[in-house]
Ligand binder design. Structure first.
Ligand code: FAD
Ligand code: FES
Length: 336
């Protein structure tokens, strides 16, 4: 019996050889065939496919993302489903042909910095053995040694730094990647493996609309990449970066962004604290944004962080008349 099945992706003019244990998304991205996706772990539903011919193994696709009715209707999650036989599939999400897509590959590198930058937050810098091409805002999966599983972490560096990847990692108590590896056994000088790039959260094109960027905790990471990339290439007329934390100890890279704001007239930096009095903005970061803008009509937003923060931000921005199609988001959803 063959070790792979042939999978034709309609709309992409691509036919892939997909391993029996390999997800359809993994094979597609390695062949540079784009299937819209976000979390790569079965929690968001962005990667839904219509299976037009053949049968898939849904593996651990959760019912809350892919209901029994959807399975019966021939839908599957590309990030988890593997082929049981040759397939013809069609992504349900729209593919934006104007966005450059970068082939998914495996990488190795050496940890050159591992430092505590805020409460329960580490900066991890990896010097890769070869360049990684990606769009500002995308992420990689770091492979947890011994466990053989990956966890998603967004690049905080701009694509122009293709060998030196910067990640911001928040501690999840008891977490396999963060607690048991990155915050305990990992050291500077260690060699690590990762794969990427992934994700549809990005800023790649010149845009006429001013942008509001809102990050909660380590949700700052992809926004830092986007801000640096946008300023390097003069892509956005005005950028307002909001970073929310509870206390002063939750904020990081304050000096970096303050200096950047001094350097670039079009960049504005607003750190905000919800539980400590200080001389900066106070309150939930989304409320601070709403106080600053009477109308967000004609503006765009890039949001990143925990799902409740994103939901609150979307609601507030819509109330301020921002067009939903101009609200882009990356949710740091945990695996359940
Ligand atoms: P796990 O072993 O996966 O989890 C341990 C337990 O904690 C589980 O029960 C799990 O359900 C629960 N849990 C995990 N996370 C949370 C949470 N946030 N809130 C409540 N319970 C939780 N994280 C970053 O710090 N920086 C990033 O740049 C980043 N980028 C991401 C990009 C994407 C697209 C996604 C989907 C996630 C991203 N994350 C990021 C989250 C990250 O991938 C891991 O989920 C997180 O670090 C926890 O992994 P872990 O292996 O330590 O914990
Ligand atoms: Fe597949 Fe999120 S469910 S990418």
């Amino acid at each position: 019996m063959a070790d792979t099945h042939r999978v034709q992706v309609k709309g992409q003019d691509a036919t892939l050889d997909v391993g029996k244990e390999q997800s359809i998304l993994d094979a597609a991205l390695r062949a540079n065939a784009w299937i819209p996706h976000s979390c790569t772990q079965g929690t968001c539903g962005t990667c839904k496919l219509k299976v037009l011919k053949g049968a898939v193994d849904h593996r651990e696709s959760p019912e809350y993302t892919l209901t029994a009715d959807e399975r019966a209707a021939g839908l599957a999650l590309a990030c988890l489903a593997t082929p049981r036989e040759d397939l013809v599939v069609e992504p349900t999400g729209a593919v934006d042909d104007d966005v450059p897509h970068h082939r998914l590959r495996d990488f190795t590198g050496r940890v050159t910095e591992l430092s505590d930058v805020a409460a329960c937050t580490r900066r991890l810098v990896v010097e890769l053995d070869e360049d990684l091409a990606f769009n500002a805002g995308q992420y990689c999966e770091l492979i947890v040694p011994g466990a053989g599983v990956g966890r998603q972490y967004s690049m905080a560096n701009p694509p122009s730094e293709a060998r030196r990847l910067e990640f911001h990692v928040k501690l999840t108590p008891g977490g396999l990647a963060s607690d048991k590896w990155i915050f305990s056994t990992l050291s500077e000088g260690d060699r690590i493996a990762l794969r990427g790039p992934f994700g549809g959260f990005h800023l790649v094109r010149e845009q006429a609309e001013p942008a509001i960027l809102i990050g909660g905790g380590t949700g700052l990471a992809p926004l830092k990449s986007i801000v640096r990339h946008a300023l390097e290439h003069n892509l956005v007329p005005e950028l307002h970066l909001y970073h929310g934390g509870r206390r002063r100890e939750d904020l990081y890279d304050v000096e970096f962004f303050t200096e950047l704001a001094d350097q670039f007239a079009e960049f504005h930096y607003h750190p905000a604290l919800s539980e400590e009095t200080w001389d900066g903005a106070m309150g939930m970061v989304t409320d601070v944004v709403i106080d600053d803008f009477r109308s967000c009509k004609g503006m765009s937003a890039y949001l990143c962080g925990p799902p409740p923060m994103i939901a609150a931000a979307v609601k507030s921005l819509k109330r301020r008349r921002m067009a939903p199609r101009l609200i882009f988001r990356e949710e740091f959803t945990p695996i359940n």
